[in-house]
Design a protein around this ligand. Structure first.
Ligand code: FES
Ligand code: FES
Length: 923
């Protein structure tokens, strides 16, 4: 039992007795306390997760007398005398363990935060249905949300667990030297399926204080603070209230060295609803005992700036003329003239709203002062950036701050920015006691970054033979109140907005403007999903004008090796989009023909198939973004990968181990992974921009090769020698000879290792000139996706029936994990297309903000195309963001074939679909 969590339980209360995982337990709590709190805090069973505390996410699903319930909605008093089963109770139960094994083998757990809830719902199902159908699985697990997997592998895992073990169980133990390319189960998967994995909220030191952030209720307001000391004095258990005046170092932060514009705690002025104003520090009961009106904050609200395209708005930040944060620009050839001379042209305007990451794990963690250093345990995607920023805010040398990433329950870009880190850090530093914090779901959604809202206008042309001639693109992006990753979006969009096509003349402009909304930051694609809606619609329209099939029109125009991109970069390798289209062509023809046949028979429901293509540069845009990894052996023969790349569910812990193991020549099963701890690992950069497989993976390969070379030198062995690690003893077999390496005789380094190989990789890029010309990325991933949809003309609903996705990933280091990325990206792309819209103050929970559920997801066929990238590890490149970008265009293309209505605004809710149908005179 976790002593720290036990310690945090409310003292006193009423004794409640029940059976937990077969054992009688007694807790002393308020009978009205949530069962989830009792399990986590009074009983230390942190395997039961909390994503919303409102019955919306299902992460807290447990069994009470065999029936699945949300533990956050059940009062603890209701389980008196009853049987409660949590994920920890599956251990030792053959059925439960078979289910856990199936989740591992099928890659059904990505970040794993939903996994305990999924497993419990599945357990309940399998108790009453020995061989459930896929539909029955979807129905039974339908109350649990997953933001990572797209659900397909979860359904497959549950169905597999219901069957007898079969011969086609995915292999999990590849031979030495063959880890790359194997469907290896996640190295950290076991902890995720047993509930042992510790996320940000799952642990804290004994005696930790709690911190609660008080946030702005207005989007734009000035404020004054009254006597806060008086509040502390009259509130038992409240230790102190932190304000901006308590911050010893930088009072603002930001991801760029030259833009530190977001206050840690606001000073007299707030620029968005949800901005941090005060931090209450004390016992859990004390910090939550205060209502907002108990705090002496005098607000003076002003009219908020909400329209990022309107002229003459008040300034959101002083000194930012026209509220402009950043602009991007690419100019190649003479686009306007080429458009005027084109045989055919097309024009489109699109609009997208803010979109919420909706990771199931809200922000959480703790900080602890240890002498003159600060340790921060936190859910994050960017430990080294966190370290540097937190140190600057506290006025400490960065070496005095250690970030220890917890398991990350989903990020998607939203955990690249600081959240609670500086606040718990400051509180721990000042009080000299550990301090923990857990954001509530509404707080997480109100305060965290969003996908930029956008408005795009674009024009494209082609010649009479169907060759693209020109594109002119203008994109406006709402960057919210603070910069966050806005400049990155402004830079990425013009580079990518002509799509994965050979366009000889491109004029592209982007601008990010401030409004009084939550900061828009990084979210899987950095503006490219928004711009892809426009370029794919233009391609569809030009193809139709020409009388060409949409896939064939794309095939005639896709970038191939030897072609120049919009920035003038000539692709020299690994451009496999044509292969992707060839792979999809037979299915595409079938679906298009099937849709036509269906539409001939049924008047009120129509079907169509659409296509979307994507390219996406792996890594930061035109700047150095190195990664360093190391692999080491200690005297006992323990092999450790020191991996600074945070695994946010995508599986980087696993694939880094696979790559390093093969490069070294030892079994991947021997590899222990230390992830992201800034005191133990080197800086591998942030987990974003689809860079970890390509960049950190290459660093892991180099590290493995370096360690191998050291071992071979010690053994005086040749390149082809075989390493053997048995019972902690390392030997080298070279031809007929076996040479033993005496690890115990070697000197230890600071980490206790005796041999350490390291590798650093920084992909070659070049700056963009004043016309946006240059080589912004070392490599690009490519993909094409097709969607079959059904539109109900009366209801305006769009149902995605099937999808097929062909992705050129260079090399699939772990095909199961690559498929998982594709499934999950498609789920988020489907959400973007059809249901997701973040409205400050209105959709700040998982009830009003809709994300795809089991029932929304179609069956997805993945086709992995491997056109090797010479710079990548074993030919691999990224896939994380590519998987989302093509989905919405494919769905909208399907709606067009089905109805003739061109959708231009997301989400395509039924009212908007009906409006488009009316405009197209379909209804
Ligand atoms: S935490 Fe209980 S349903 Fe979300
Ligand atoms: S694996 Fe389901 S939410 Fe991450």
């Amino acid at each position: 039992m976790d002593a720290a969590l036990k310690h945090s339980a409310a003292e006193g209360g009423q004794e409640i007795r029940f059976t937990l995982n077969g054992q009688a337990v007694t807790v002393s709590v308020d009978p009205l306390d949530r069962l989830s709190d009792a399990l986590r805090y009074a009983l230390g069973r942190s395997g039961t997760k909390v994503g919303c505390n409102a019955g919306d996410c299902g992460a807290c699903t447990v069994l009470v007398d065999g029936e699945q319930i949300c533990a956050c909605l059940m009062a603890c008093g209701q389980v008196e005398g009853r049987q409660v089963t949590t994920v920890e109770g599956l251990i030792g139960d053959p059925d439960g363990e078979r289910l856990q094994r199936a989740f591992l083998d099928h890659g059904a757990a990505q970040c794993g935060i939903c996994t305990p809830g999924m497993l419990m719902a599945a357990t309940s199902l399998l108790k009453r249905a020995a061989a459930p159908t896929k539909q029955e699985v979807q129905d039974a697990l339908g109350g649990v949300l997953c933001r990572c997997t797209g659900y397909q592998k979860i359904v497959e895992a549950v169905c597999a667990a219901a069957e007898a073990p079969s011969a086609d169980t995915p292999p999990t133990d590849p031979d030495v030297g063959c880890a790359v390319g194997a469907r290896f189960a996640k190295t950290d998967g076991l902890a995720k399926v047993t509930g042992a994995e510790l996320y940000g909220a799952d642990t804290a030191p004994e005696g930790a204080l709690w911190l609660r952030v008080v946030r702005a209720p207005h989007a734009r307001a000035s404020f004054t603070l009254g006597d806060l000391d008086a509040v502390v004095a009259k509130t038992p258990g409240l230790e102190r209230i932190l304000t901006a005046a308590d911050i010893p170092g930088s009072k603002a932060f930001g991801v760029y060295p030259h833009i530190k514009d977001q206050p840690v705690l606001a000073e007299g002025l707030v620029r968005y609803r949800g901005e941090a104003v005060l931090a209450l520090v004390g016992s859990r009961a004390a910090v939550w005992s205060l209502a907002e009106e108990d705090l002496p904050i005098a607000w003076d609200p002003e009219e908020a700036v909400t329209d990022f395209c309107a002229e003459g708005q008040p300034l959101v930040q002083e000194g930012r003329a026209d509220n402009v944060l950043a602009r991007g620009f690419v100019n190649k050839g003479a686009a306007e003239a080429a458009l005027a001379a084109s045989a055919l042209t097309s024009e489109i305007s699109t609009a997208t709203p803010f979109i919420e990451h909706a990771y199931i794990e809200p922000e959480a963690g703790y900080a602890e002062r240890k002498g003159d250093t600060l340790e921060v345990w936190v859910t994050t995607q960017a430990p080294y950036m966190d370290r540097d920023e937190t140190a600057a805010i506290l006025g400490l040398d960065k070496e005095k701050v250690r970030i220890i990433p917890s398991a990350c329950g989903g990020g998607f870009g939203g955990k690249l920015d600081l959240s609670l880190h500086p606040l718990v850090g400051l509180a721990a530093w000042l009080t000299e006691r550990p301090v923990r914090c857990e954001y509530t779901r509404p707080e997480s959604m109100a305060s965290s970054t969003k996908r930029h809202a956008s408005r795009v206008t674009a024009r494209a042309g082609c010649d009479a033979d169907g060759k693209l001639t020109a594109l002119v693109f203008d994109g406006d992006f709402d960057t919210g109140a603070y910069a966050s990753w806005g400049p990155t979006v402004a830079d990425r969009v013009p580079v990518h907005c002509s799509g994965p096509y050979k366009v000889p003349n491109v004029l592209a402009r982007s601008v990010g403007r401030f409004t009084n909304a939550p900061p828009a930051g990084a979210f899987r694609g950095f503006g490219v999903p928004q711009s892809a809606l426009a370029h794919e619609a233009l391609l569809d329209d030009l193809a139709e004008q020409l009388g060409m099939d949409p896939l064939e029109f794309r095939y005639a125009n896709v970038l191939r090796v030897g072609d120049a991109t919009a920035t003038g970069q000539v692709l020299t390798a690994s451009a496999g989009l044509a292969d992707c289209l060839e792979a999809l062509r037979p299915t595409w023809k079938d679906w298009r023909a099937a849709a036509e046949a269906f539409n001939g028979a049924d008047g009120r429901r129509r079907r169509g198939a659409g296509i979307g293509c994507v390219w996406y540069g792996c890594g930061n845009t035109s700047m150095s973004n190195p990664s360093t990894m190391s692999v080491a052996l200690n005297r006992e023969g323990r092999l450790t990968l020191y991996n600074g790349a945070v695994d946010i569910g995508q599986g980087s812990n696993t694939i880094m181990a696979q790559i390093a193991a093969d490069a070294l020549g030892l079994p991947v099963q021997e590899m222990r992974v230390v992830m992201g701890d800034t005191a133990l690992t080197a800086d591998a950069g942030k987990t974003s921009a689809s860079r970890q497989t390509f960049i950190s993976g290459k660093a892991a390969e180099l590290a493995g090769r370096d360690l191998r070379a050291q071992i071979l030198r010690l053994a005086n062995a040749g390149e082809d020698a075989r390493l053997v690690l048995t019972d902690g003893k390392l030997s080298v077999r070279d031809g007929g000879e076996v040479r033993r390496i005496d690890l115990a005789a070697l000197p230890e380094d600071a980490r206790g290792d005796v041999l350490c190989g390291s590798g650093t990789f920084d992909p070659p890029t070049s700056p963009l000139d004043e016309n946006g010309q240059g080589d912004p990325y070392a490599t690009y991933g490519f993909a094409a996706q097709i969607a079959e949809v059904e539109v109900d003309l009366d209801l305006g609903t769009v149902k995605v029936l099937r999808m097929a996705a062909a992705h050129d990933v260079g090399r699939a280091v772990n095909p199961t994990l690559v498929e998982g990325q594709i499934h999950g990206g498609i789920a988020q792309g489907l959400g973007l297309a059809l249901m997701e819209e973040y409205l400050p103050g209105r959709t700040e929970n998982l009830h009003d903000y809709l994300i795809p559920t089991f029932g929304d997801m179609p069956e997805i066929e993945c086709i992995l195309v491997e056109d090797p990238e010479p710079l990548g590890p074993y030919g691999a490149k990224g896939v994380g963001e590519h998987s989302l970008i093509a989905t919405a265009p494919a769905i909208f293309g399907g709606v067009y074939q089905a109805t003739g209505a061109r959708l231009t605004r997301t989400p395509a809710t039924p009212d908007r679909v009906r409006a488009a149908l009316r405009e197209a005179q379909v209804v």
